[in-house]
Design a binder for this molecule. Sequence first.
Ligand SMILES: O=C(NC/C=C/[C@H]1O[C@@H](n2cnc3c(NCCO)ncnc32)[C@H](O)[C@@H]1O)c1cc(-c2ccc(F)cc2)cc(O)c1O
Ligand SMILES: [Mg+2]
Length: 214
Amino acid sequence: TRSTRPQRMLKAVQKNATKGNPESVISAIDYFCKHSEWAMNVGDEKGSILDSVVTEVNPSTVLELGTYCGYSTVRIARLLSPGTKFITLEFNPANVTVARQIIAHAGLQDKVTVVEGSSGDLIPQMKERFGITTFDFIFLDHWKDRYLPDIKLFEECGLLRKGSVLLADNVICPGAPEYLEYVRNSPRYESRYYPAHLEYTTLEDGMEKSVFLG
Ligand SMILES: O=C(NC/C=C/[C@H]1O[C@@H](n2cnc3c(NCCO)ncnc32)[C@H](O)[C@@H]1O)c1cc(-c2ccc(F)cc2)cc(O)c1O
Ligand SMILES: [Mg+2]
């Protein structure tokens, strides 16, 4: 049967990227998406914003929602200090399989744990299953209508501390209006919008960085 786009992306990484070289994995995926098939990776322009926020926060604990093929997982993991606890959640088992292979090709398999399951089920398990008290940095890039319920879940589960940073992709395209309204109007967050473009296109998109104030 016909391969899937994530499988074709993995093949492109295995063919064109150097094993153990995260930068070459990132470049191979961006090349694939620009010249072969568009895919919903955060991409190079928004990826640079992600890089700068991760570098600024220099987190000890990181959570990503929506691994997909592992592109942003590789971008984040390559910047983390040794000993950082990084967990990424993905509920599609086929995507988990591809992501684990792309992360391994980059040589970053020891830096991140890819957990199969849905955020709604897994977020409440973070403390007991992974020994996490709070997250320093959270990257939201899963279904856009789940951003708001999941940030509320973080609050309910006591997973945020004063200064925790949440970065949300696609707040314009496809858009996360209820999430934006919440973080921009809640006295518990200090929010800032980073304008950019939808990955690999000229369409408007952007990322929202929100700092939890406690
Ligand atoms: O839809 C987009 N991303 C979704 C990501 C989904 C991935 O994350 C996984 N996932 C989803 N919900 C959960 C969940 N929890 C929630 C359910 O319980 N828990 C765990 N994993 C979850 C899926 O299995 C996928 O692997 C998007 C679209 C465009 C786009 C823009 C313009 C266009 F024209 C077309 C597309 C651009 C982007 O950058 C985008 O990120
Ligand atoms: Mg996205």
